[in-house]
Design a protein around this ligand. Sequence first.
Ligand SMILES: C[S@@+](CC[C@H](N)C(=O)[O-])C[C@H]1O[C@@H](n2cnc3c(N)ncnc32)[C@H](O)[C@@H]1O
Length: 308
Amino acid sequence: MEFHHIPVMLEEVLQYLDPKPGGIYADGTLGGGGHSLEILKRIVPDGRLIGIDRDPEAIKAARERLKAWSGSFTAVHGNYADIVEILKDLGIEHLDGMIMDLGVSSHQLDEKERGFTYNEDVRLDMRMDTTQDFSAYDVINGYPAEELARIFWQYGEERWSKRIAEFIVRNRPIETTGRLVEVIKAAVPASARRSGPHPARRVFQAVRIEVNRELEHLKEAIDRAVSVLKPGGRLCIITFHSLEDRIVKTQFQRLSNPCICPPKSPVCLCGKTPQVEILTRKPVLPTEDETGSNPRSRSAKLRACRKL
Ligand SMILES: C[S@@+](CC[C@H](N)C(=O)[O-])C[C@H]1O[C@@H](n2cnc3c(N)ncnc32)[C@H](O)[C@@H]1O
């Protein structure tokens, strides 16, 4: 299947990342290579781009799509949270900038056997990294009810989390996405099912976040990415839901104002100095044109910072 993904907020990313000829950049979420391609055009012939993705299929497709740029482009199968080690292995010390465009690609959603969508009936999976063992099957069939309820509530803000978790435990083993949807529908009262989004949407989001440890990796990655930026280097992150955006916002704030002295202290005694300047006081949102033509961009928010 051809790799299909429209890069979100491309103009805005290029504005904030500001890739310069000869610079060294990383794309932590290579996906279909849409952002990478435009970065490459701006940094060649002397620049270098490292494209990272957890999904071996994305790596394969991006290598093919970007083969004309192979002198300046290196694709790495890995986790963006391991950016320090990835650069070390490549003999690179510092970056001029890094972008992370979170979540799943349209390709991952479209490949029905990957199990990301509640519209298909396939084996429970949802792994971004298909070399990983742990999958949605293990979450749904292995977690105790309290743990399932916690992730549905925390990662999906699902108001029926407890009831859905109890129904799941009672109906195990659950092998497929179709059966999971049936169980969720049985758990959610009919009156609540009639309005709003698909009744399985929040649970699927929560399970995907859990399977791929998305929030943990994001939390770890921000400090690490900042640590490898050159002074003046930029970090741009596109998020797609409030949990991700909250992490980026609070970590950027902490890095830009790390002082822990009591507010009344006349001088700083903790010695913690700002590491970044925040470039986006408020998150940058896609234009109406973009949300009209690419529905996936509707919930996107871009935040950027610059290393001091
Ligand atoms: C939204 S897509 C990126 C699309 C890309 N910017 C483009 O324009 O084609 C997100 C990609 O990030 C990858 N991904 C998600 N979390 C990751 C992580 N922690 N480390 C590496 N890749 C990750 C996913 O496998 C997916 O391919």
